[in-house]
Design a protein around this ligand. Structure first.
Ligand SMILES: Cc1cc2nc3c(=O)[nH]c(=O)nc-3n(C[C@H](O)[C@H](O)[C@H](O)COP(=O)(O)OP(=O)(O)OC[C@H]3O[C@@H](n4cnc5c(N)ncnc54)[C@H](O)[C@@H]3O)c2cc1C
Length: 437
């Protein structure tokens, strides 16, 4: 491929920040003095690991990028949307354009860090600057540390320090649109189709990105009730950056401390993954890797398919399988059931959630699973074993949620519990206790 243009440009490399407003890197690129070309890479390294050819997340990305392309074309510019391994795509891009600088937003996952370090290194060899910015969290890396300079590994003191450090200016948006005249005037190819990338399209209704302030205001009372529409359902949009964390946080600050608290949990897990990348695969508390998991595959399948005979667990798994979402309370119940009642390695459950959740996010998913298994930084104690029956009575008292997902729960066709609660609970406590002593 040869150079098609002699102008020096800056590339804004979009990844998990699929929006054209309030984006730190985009803002800085647009103010750099160079014409800006946005770029998105459908990363072969990530896509080829996905098993489901009808992956709703890939389709979502594709749909959002087509919208972004439309908006940029309306502004007289465009976005390069390519498919391949990032290093190959970058070679094509730098062969085609005179790139002087790359602007991108920080991503804290181990794979992304390695990819970005490699890209920055190759760019430097070509005299291209690589600038990366905090964007999808309010505080990152070393911004909130303990007084002794260590990272927090317990949530409550972290959140107190977070709140103390926070001020309104942390939610000030990064202006982008008013600098659109600095976009590169160009026209690029249409994006690769889903089929070209090995996926197919299908009908799917995605959650809305509108923030429902009534839900936010009532969040403290409603958040634990899976039968009600009591949570924001913004997780997928926060995951892909189709909403900005600053706009979401500003709403939380105004309307609900308890909702803000959840956003701080999200921030906490991002920072934990940054400081402790090994926790992506290992127990945060190493002793927990001594637990002799039973890992019974038939039981695992029953759990995945929502056939455990425990309505709260089965409802959650069926909701997940059908919609790509599961209510947080039920995520806790299903995860506890897998790691305690069934003594199945949390990594199996984590992997299953990663495949199915529209909002799958390594930091929060790993954090949630290690919390449930007891192995996490600030986890439930090992002897806390959720009772799925009492969780149902407490959080779904009118059985609205159960009836929706397990309508047959009182019929003879509904299976008996695959394991008895009392004995499984005792077994879990004793296995954990001896592995940890
Ligand atoms: C085992 C397990 C696995 C999980 N996996 C994920 C995951 O892959 N991706 C993900 O985004 N969340 C995950 N969570 C956290 C939580 O369940 C979801 O964020 C939440 O259910 C999303 O629904 P919502 O958007 O309506 O959230 P709301 O209750 O409205 O909360 C607002 C936002 O705060 C963040 N948030 C809320 N609760 C948590 C939490 N406990 N930890 C971190 N962030 C939180 C999310 O970004 C969420 O969108 C997991 C929790 C558990 C127990």
């Amino acid at each position: 491929m040869s150079r098609n243009d002699d102008r020096e440009i800056a590339v804004f490399w979009m990844r998990r920040d699929l929006r054209l407003h309030d984006s730190a890197a985009f803002h800085h690129a647009l103010k750099s003095g160079l014409p800006v070309l946005p770029l998105f890479i459908f990363d072969w390294n990530i896509l080829h690991k996905l098993e489901d050819r009808e992956d709703a997340r890939v389709q979502f990305l594709h749909k959002e990028l087509r919208e972004i392309k439309k908006s940029l074309r309306n502004a007289g510019s465009d976005i390069e949307i390519r498919y391949g391994k990032p290093e190959n795509v970058w070679k094509e891009i730098t062969d085609t354009y005179r790139v002087k600088a790359i602007y991108t937003n920080n991503d804290y996952e181990p794979y992304a860090r390695e990819r970005d370090a490699k890209t920055a290194e190759t760019a430097a060899e070509k005299g291209i600057a690589f600038h990366s910015f905090k964007d999808h969290v309010i505080f990152e890396k070393d911004e909130i540390l303990k007084d002794d300079g260590d990272p927090y590994v317990v949530y409550s003191p972290y959140s107190r320090k977070w709140l103390k450090a926070f001020s309104e200016k942390d939610t000030a948006p990064f202006a982008c649109e008013k600098y659109f005249s600095n976009l590169l005037k160009t026209e690029t190819a249409d994006p690769p189709s889903l089929e070209e990338m090995g996926f197919s399209s299908f009908d799917f209704t995605y959650p809305s990105r509108e923030i429902d302030t009534e839900i936010v205001k009532n969040y403290a009372d409603m958040r634990d009730l899976p039968g009600k529409k009591g949570t924001s359902r913004l997780s997928m949009h926060l995951r892909f950056g189709t909403v900005s964390i600053r706009e979401v946080t500003a709403v939380a600050v105004k309307h609900s401390d308890s909702w803000l608290n959840e956003l701080i949990w999200r921030n906490f897990y991002q920072v934990i993954l940054w400081h402790f990348p090994e926790s992506a695969t290992q127990a945060f508390k190493p002793k927990y890797d001594n637990i002799p998991w039973r890992n019974d595959t038939a039981e695992f399948e029953a759990w995945c398919e929502g056939r455990t005979g425990y309505p709260m667990v089965d409802a959650g798994m069926r909701e997940l399988n059908e919609t790509g979402f599961m209510h947080n309370r039920v995520r806790m119940v299903t995860a506890s059931f897998l790691t305690k009642h069934l003594l199945i390695d949390w990594r199996w459950g984590e992997g299953y959630f990663a495949k199915k959740l529209l909002d799958f996010e390594l930091a929060s998913n790993n954090g949630g699973w290690q919390w449930a298994a007891g192995s996490g930084c600030d986890a439930a104690p090992y002897f806390r074993v959720f009772n799925p029956e009492s969780q149902m009575k407490k959080f779904d008292p009118d059985k609205k949620y159960i009836r929706k997902w397990v309508p047959e729960f009182q019929d003879s066709e509904y299976p008996d519990p695959i394991v008895p609660h009392k004995e499984s609970r005792e077994r879990a406590i004793s296995v954990y206790k001896s592995a940890l002593s």
